[in-house]
Design a protein around this ligand. Sequence first.
Ligand code: FAD
Length: 504
Amino acid sequence: MAWRYIPRKRRAHQAPKGIQQHHILLTSPARLLSLSTAPKWPRPLIIPCVKTRRALLRPSASTPLRPPPLRRASLFLLRTSWSINTKYLADAGHKPILLEARDVLGGKIAAWKDKDGDWYETGLHIFFGAYPNIQNLFGELGIEDRLQWKEHSMIFAMLNKPGEFSRFDFPETLPAPLNGIWAILRNNEMLTWPEKVKFAIGLLPAMAGGQPYVEAQDGLTVSEWMKKQEKHGSKMAFLDGNPPERLCMPIVDHIRSRGGEVRLNSRIKKIELNPDGTVKHFALTDGTQITGDAYVFAAPVDIFKLLVPQEWSEIMYFKKLEKLVGVPVINVHIWFDRKLKNTYDHLLFSRSSLLSVYADMSVTCKEYYDPNRSMLELVFAPAEEWIGRSDADIIDATMEELAKLFPDEIAADQSKAKILKYHVVKTPRSVYKTVPNCEPCRPLQRSPIEGFYLAGDYTKQKYLASMEGAVLSGKLCAQSIVQDYNKLSLRSQKSLQSEVPIAS
Ligand SMILES: Cc1cc2nc3c(=O)[nH]c(=O)nc-3n(C[C@H](O)[C@H](O)[C@H](O)COP(=O)(O)OP(=O)(O)OC[C@H]3O[C@@H](n4cnc5c(N)ncnc54)[C@H](O)[C@@H]3O)c2cc1C
């Protein structure tokens, strides 16, 4: 069944609702149809990436199948693109060094444990069925069982009926994009027939991944692309626990097992150059200098723009980054004194002006499971006006929105459910904002500076800023380095020769 409306009365008898029900999720129709389910729902098939890892890293015919490793590849990598780039370079036999500025792994998926042992995160993160590179990564690390797939649905709060939800259910029996169209057509609560027709027409380009994505498909027609779409693309999964331990540590262990290094508290302060404009070394805030045969900068674009050397600033590749600017986002966690009933084991779209999506993590995530009290994790966005406000103000505003979503259970003055504690995590510059004409400003991973590369969700790849985009960018970056092996090793030999003292 598609898009089913769940009357509040009926839901009230189902406790805990979330566990047996399906929910909503989504940001935009485009995301919706290009996206994908876990313990009790089957996971999507692992989809081979654009290129398999082996194909991706295979050097060109002119280089040996597995070239001798570069002395070192100084990598400034991070969370997703970071460790991915490092991982695949290590897989290719190189010796990567990953430098992370903070004392925590994960970047935008970083999380911290509070004094009670509860985790709070930078962002509520959802993994979609349409994330082939991430699924392959989980498979390669042998941790695919850590993705908790949910029922193939999207659940939206209904603005005109406080406390009620409407849903899009994607039938398992239909292939994409028909399952998405079916889900839309079967929903009568949120869309009138004229709206459905307009929505379906509007979704067609979205189904094709958006114009930038189509452009990136090099030679594929839209119909060829659509044939390749995954039936489970809009299925969603939650990680089964805190990202640093459940996802980042296995990657770090993998890198170290292949001779690579991961260093925390290693913040790059400056990119020092040689007289010819190439990178001499990365200078860290603690005074250390990191030298390598290839350099990757995988920090967020806003940070990279601050560190672009003066000598490079007029090069169009770097100059056009100005257009890419991160948006502020706030992630809110509230622990309540009771188990809320009006939740589901899924991501929920609040359709509120302040909250985009939320989930009862005491239901959706194994490590955070609690049978007696709910922990709501909410993405508070748009956050421009709120990023400078106090945590208490943000919680007050969140509670007012929650009172509309849980009219029987939550009141803004806490006369119903009481807050036991909360954590507010602000990210002043999150993923880059998609504005008209920003797509051509996304840089390729290989820069015009020999031996210098970029990685990160903002760099050129077929996805918008996302975990999948970050992983793909790391793979593309590693691929570029492997392809450049001959050039890089020649540079490395020359630099070694110039360091050899002349015998007297
Ligand atoms: C609230 C929120 C919710 C999100 N939800 C989703 C979702 O549901 N699904 C999804 O796919 N994506 C989601 N995203 C986006 C996703 O998290 C990012 O696209 C992705 O994690 C970016 O990875 P990255 O490797 O490009 O950059 P980052 O994760 O930002 O990593 C950059 C790293 O560089 C380090 N660094 C910075 N400066 C320096 C320096 N000078 N020296 C050394 N290291 C440095 C940082 O500490 C950090 O570890 C969400 C993001 C947010 C903020």
